[in-house]
Design a protein around this ligand. Structure first.
Ligand code: GCU
Length: 518
């Protein structure tokens, strides 16, 4: 029957893009949090059958059943319907799915559909890593550090991320200390970071957790978060961020502001207890404290504060973009940690996911104090080679997120091959420090294979320092991390940070940290 429906729709509306939404739960009358034991199993079973039929027909599934499974309290209590809040959550998901589909259709219409066919990628010619601008060949780590590295860094400033201005005089004020966070597992501090010379900037709030029982000083993982410190932590006494956030019914962000119900939204990305129990400190801050993440966000962020003409500044090639500002924030976090005797700065890792993975890489490239760099699912503009036409491309990213980069980067939209850098060079800027490129099998948009080849092509620089890289010629199998100073994995699953990813990051950090104490 369902197959016949699909056929009828296809026959009568050949150009329509079909999306199937699964049926939501039937709950018990007047007890919305309970699913109806008699009728609901049929719903679940039919959803599975429908999903199979949709898969056969290449139709996307908007899985509202799964979306609502941990939100049953939003049911209306009449068995079938949802409260206004429940409807809003589903509308949000439906709108996001339609928006995403339209965006992909628009790209297709433009001849810009993302390519997912490896056979169409072809062979690539990458910019030479070990040939200096004057044509000389770089053969020693000394030459790399003194000559070629500064050139590559400068190319990244001019063509990709822009220059980070020098800002002096940062002020740190510890605003709260909770010595018994997570029931005594850790001490939590909140630190307000400001620029006394620029009081217009509202500052950045760093949340630092230090494990109490671990011998001091401890190693630390630092990274920005997407939804505020109150979202990264499950603890209810972390102050709610008051800054601009993207509207989202699912995340309970109303009128662009977090609400009490937004707490813990991002806790799955930050496995705080797990990491603290293994003896690592964690420092994080909301990326929106530095710049709200939308095209005009810079006008309300640090870029306008420091910009020549404030919110009227016209950005030129080589000027910084949002990734530059966010990376700057990570370095200020490190400045603060330099004042913390409980933290071992020789063991400071910067990490980030997705756009914040790109940010971690750029911070790692600019700030040599990062002992380790970890980029999770960082993709285009991050760990993935830009010349590989697979998943997101330079054109797509500069169209969707022009504010992340320096204006010049957009000029490579239709011609990535003309850009004087490619991302193996960004990886090489970390040398000889250990770097981890973590990808996910279902995250083809981020081009996991392109990240492997970035790592692979950065190996010659690590070799100059006598450090081994990936140690394999071919991309490893799923869930099989490989490599020493350049480490890589492709995890089963989607675009996210999983517990398993964290396990790998901690093992990687501990292995490298252990060498320091020897
Ligand atoms: C989009 C964007 C990616 C980015 C990702 C994220 O998908 O195209 O480049 O990494 O968002 O930050 O989640």
């Amino acid at each position: 029957m369902l197959r016949a429906y699909v056929k009828t729709l296809r026959d009568n509306a050949a150009h329509a893009r079909l999306i199937w939404a699964s049926t939501t739960q039937i709950t018990v009358q007047d007890k919305p949090v309970e699913v109806d034991p008699e009728n609901n199993p049929t719903i679940a079973e039919r959803n599975v059958i429908a999903a199979r039929v949709m898969q056969e027909n290449g139709i996307a599934v908007d899985d509202l059943y799964t979306l609502m499974s941990d939100k049953l309290e939003l049911a209306k209590g009449d068995k079938f319907h949802w409260s206004p809040k429940g409807v809003a959550v589903q509308a949000d998901a439906v709108a996001a799915m339609i928006g995403d589909t339209l965006w992909k259709i628009a790209k297709l219409a433009d001849g810009q559909g993302a390519n997912y066919d490896e056979a169409k990628v072809g062979t690539l010619e990458l910019p030479a890593l070990l040939t200096a601008a004057d044509g000389s060949v770089i053969a020693t780590s000394k030459d790399w550090t003194a000559k070629r590295r500064p050139e590559v860094l400068e190319l990244y400033r001019e063509h990709v991320y822009g220059r980070t201005p020098e800002v002096s005089k940062t002020k740190f004020v510890v605003t709260a200390i909770q010595p018994a966070a997570f029931g005594g597992l850790a001490t939590r501090k909140l630190i307000h970071v400001t620029l006394p010379d620029y009081p217009q900037w509202q500052g950045m709030d760093v949340m630092l957790y230090v494990p109490n029982a671990a011998p001091k000083p401890v190693p630390v993982f630092c990274g920005l978060n997407f939804d505020g410190n109150h979202a990264a932590s499950p603890e209810s006494d972390v102050p709610l961020s008051t800054r601009w956030m993207r509207e989202s019914a699912v995340k309970n962000i109303v009128d662009h502001r977090a609400t009490e119900a937004s707490r813990g939204n991002e806790r799955h990305y930050w496995q705080l207890e797990m990491v603290l129990k293994r003896g690592h400190a964690v420092a994080t801050a909301y990326y929106g404290d530095l710049e709200p993440d939308h095209r005009d966000g810079w006008k309300d962020g640090l870029r306008a504060v420091l910009g020549k003409d404030g919110a009227n500044t016209v950005w030129k090639d080589g000027d910084w973009g949002a990734i530059g500002v966010w990376s700057w924030g990570l370095s200020r976090m490190l400045d603060y940690l330099e004042t913390e005797s409980d933290i071992d700065l020789r063991k400071a890792a910067v990490l980030g996911h997705s756009r914040l993975g790109k940010t971690a890489l750029w911070s790692g490239a600019q700030d040599p104090r990062w002992a380790l760099v970890i980029a999770n699912n960082s993709g285009e503009g991050g760990g993935a080679l830009m010349r590989r036409d697979f998943g997101e491309t330079t054109e797509i990213i500069t169209r969707g997120y022009p504010h992340w980069f320096t204006p010049k980067y957009k000029s490579y939209a239709k011609n990535a091959a003309a850009c004087p850098v490619d991302q193996h060079m960004l990886v090489a800027l970390m040398a000889p420090r250990p770097i981890y490129l973590a990808t996910a099998a279902e995250d083809l948009w981020s081009d996991p294979r392109g990240e492997f080849f970035s790592g692979k092509n950065a190996e010659p620089v690590y070799a100059l320092f006598g450090k081994s890289g990936l140690g394999v010629m071919e991309q490893p199998a799923i869930d099989q991390p490989c490599g020493d100073f350049i480490r890589y994995h492709i995890r089963a699953g989607k675009h996210t940070v999983s517990d398993w990813d964290w396990e790998q990051f901690m093992t990687f950090a501990e292995r490298h940290h252990a060498k320091l104490s020897q």
